[in-house]
Design a protein. Structure first.
Length: 675
């Protein structure tokens, strides 16, 4: 009698299949069209190869191109393997390491043979051609289970020292898998060590839906003490149309690059003398000041009390908070400079005494805010207490991770901490959700809200985490935002070590997402730093501490704004809101008078009286992204008018100077100050 397994499908039906059957067999039984379309399968929730047999009764969901997230993960994983296969086929002796899928493609780290230079951009066309040949060959991708000893022997015998090193560290009690590209017995078959899953064959990929993008240096296992490798990056998609759309987005993103626009608009610069810190120029710092004033008004209106706390604190404070144990490698520590007079006299320079304490530059503001909260005795009647700070922080980010002003070492947060009772948490988080919605609306952003849940390594009890996660979840529900419209999603394992958090992911003008705002519900830090309030029962109780930010950091938010608006900032944020430019020198006096009136009305304006042609002036101020250019000549001077050229518009408008001032004054009013 044939043994059967019961396969439950998403529509509620159940199919009895012979043991040893595969998801592909189920797809074929339903219909040949589905068998052709099926790329992989979710078996009891696990993503698997379409041809991997069922081991027992199972729940099955077939994956097709309509399941885009899973499908893209699969094809990018396959492109990475085919990339490595192509490189080894073209240059025998190349050693391979690892090649994962990424958010928009894939990469593979390889080491060129000793007989040639490291791989370069010049090699990419040949690699692409070979990859397409492998795809056209429609080679089956075959999964096998090996022992650790088999893996070690295989890689050592072929001179794959990196793979052999990794194989020696694999656990013996886990299922270790390899994938063949091609029939294992065929001469042109190729093998890689991989968990999978993969598509059924290379021919399932679209040969026109990938492109190799660039090469970069990388170190084996990310350690600069190890061998240097070449990382070959590619982008991979389900079809040619998706690839073309992605390349168009990249082209548009390059035009919007905040580093390029920052130079053109003279906003800021970065240099090696202060690696990872920003030199703000007057124009760039004007944007900062406008944002800071805006956020200060919003925080004042929401009941926050602004404070200022020290940059340096004793390392022992960070040990008590738990940050030193979890975060020390990302902190800048400095000695408390206790001079050693005798050594200083001998060396001619101040030296540090052996018993000097260590201080640390703060990477976040929260422990300092707890210390402010702890001053004096706090009653339950005082809660909630909302503390805010435009707090400057430092984090020791790796050099390779720094990126313009989007990721820096010195940054300023629009930081805030709410100390409240457990009964107040949901109300406070709900109010914050509405505040965030208003702020992002003023900048024209749509967003998604995600709940990052407890990580594997964390402080606190399970009961504490259950409560904190439920509070955040319930607050978003009560705010009416835990819906598909707001992109509500829960992210297992992505919370901080001390608290779950809500994240706001902004969507910019070209569809990219940026994680910016956050609020976290924390019971760990008040416990570790002994924060208490006196409850209604006269006893001491721990407050809940809500960590929150809306901009995140000013540096990153300004970078996002520059790229979102392609430098064409709203008039109220623009460093220079208008330029009065003359056509002829006869209009100089009138231009100077008009500029003075605009300044008196509160408009950030400059006057361009240079002896240059007007088309030159228009191009220059357009490049600087000045929103409005007020052109005046002899006629305008005689009639008391201006010709307004608005950035991005072809036609100009002639109006009286008074009307122009009223229009600009209205446009320059921050959105929170409008009626």
């Amino acid at each position: 009698m044939t043994e059967l397994v019961q396969i439950s499908l998403p529509d509620g039906s159940v199919r009895a299949m012979e043991r040893g059957s595969t998801p592909l067999d189920v797809a074929a039984a339903i219909g040949p069209g589905l068998a052709k379309a099926a790329l992989a399968a979710r078996v009891n929730g696990e993503l698997r190869d379409i041809g991997r047999p069922f081991e027992c009764d199972s729940e099955l969901a077939l994956v097709t191109v309509k399941d885009e997230e899973d499908a893209l993960e699969l094809v990018r994983h396959d492109y990475a393997h085919i990339l490595a296969e192509a490189v080894q086929a073209l240059w025998p002796g190349t050693q391979i390491t690892f090649g994962p899928a990424t958010d928009d493609g894939f990469y593979y780290d390889v080491k060129a043979p000793d007989t040639r230079d490291p791989f370069s951009m010049d090699d990419l066309p040949a690699i692409e051609e070979k990859m397409r040949a492998i795809i056209a060959a429609d080679k089956p991708l075959v999964r096998e289970v090996w022992t650790r000893e088999q893996l070690i022997e295989k890689w050592e015998s072929e001179g794959e020292s990196f793979k052999a090193e990794w194989a020696r560290e694999l656990p013996e009690d886990e299922e270790l898998t390899v994938y063949w590209s091609g029939d294992p017995d065929a001469e042109d078959s190729w093998l890689d060590m991989c968990r999978g899953p993969h598509l059924a064959s290379t021919g399932k990929l679209d040969p026109q839906a990938f492109k190799l993008m660039r090469v970069a240096g990388a170190y084996w296992r990310g350690d600069q003490r190890n061998a240097q490798l070449t990382r070959i990056y590619g982008t991979g998609w389900l079809n040619k149309k998706q690839l073309a759309a992605h390349l168009t987005r990249l082209e548009e993103a390059a035009k919007r690059d905040h580093r390029k626009l920052g130079r053109e608009m003279d906003l800021f610069h970065l240099q090696e003398e202060a690696h990872g810190s920003v030199f703000w120029h007057p124009q760039g710092y004007r944007i900062w000041r406008e944002l800071e004033s805006y956020m200060r008004r919003r925080m004042d209106g929401a009941g926050y009390q602004e404070i200022k706390t020290p940059q340096l604190m004793d390392v022992r404070q960070w040990e008590r908070s738990g940050h030193w144990g979890k975060y020390a490698e990302n902190m800048f520590a400095v000695p408390d400079m206790v001079p050693d007079p005798e050594a200083a006299e001998q060396s001619g320079a101040p030296l540090i005494a052996g018993d000097s304490d260590m201080m640390a530059l703060k990477p976040m503001n929260c422990p300092a805010h707890v210390l402010v909260f702890k001053q004096g005795i706090t009653s339950y009647r005082d809660l909630p207490i909302r503390l805010g700070e435009m707090g400057c922080c430092h984090r020791n980010e790796p050099h390779g991770a720094l990126h313009g002003i989007l990721r820096v070492r010195q940054f300023t947060q629009d930081d805030g901490h709410i100390f409240c009772t457990e009964e107040q948490v949901v109300d406070e988080v709900r109010a914050f959700c509405r505040l965030v919605d208003s702020v992002y609306g003023h900048f024209g952003f749509s967003y998604q809200i995600k709940l990052a849940l407890r990580p594997e390594k964390r402080f606190g009890s399970e009961e504490m985490w259950d409560k904190a996660e439920d509070e955040l979840r319930n607050a978003v529900r009560e705010a009416g935002m835990a819906t598909e419209e707001y992109g509500w999603e829960e992210l297992p394992g992505e919370g901080a070590f001390y608290a779950p958090k809500l994240e706001w992911h902004l969507t910019d003008a070209i569809g990219r997402t940026w994680q910016v705002g956050t609020i976290q519900s924390d019971r760990v830090l008040p416990e570790r730093l002994d924060a208490t309030y006196i409850g209604v029962d006269g006893e001491k109780h721990r407050p809940v501490m809500l960590h929150r930010a809306i901009f995140g950091t000013f540096e990153r938010f300004i970078g996002v704004l520059i790229e979102h608006f392609a430098g064409r900032l709203p008039v109220w944020l623009a460093p220079t809101q208008a330029v009065v430019a003359t056509i002829v020198s006869d209009a100089d006096d009138y231009a100077t008078e008009a500029t003075a009136k605009l300044e008196a009305a509160g408009i950030r304006v400059t006057c361009d009286l240079r002896n240059e042609k007007i088309n030159y002036k228009v191009r220059e101020h357009s490049l600087a992204k000045v929103p409005h250019l007020l052109v005046v000549g002899k006629r305008e001077a005689e009639e008391g008018t201006v010709a307004i050229r608005t950035l991005g518009e072809k036609d100009q408008t002639v109006t009286t100077l008074d009307e122009a001032i009223a229009m600009l004054k209205d446009a320059a009013t921050p959105p929170d100050l409008r009626p």
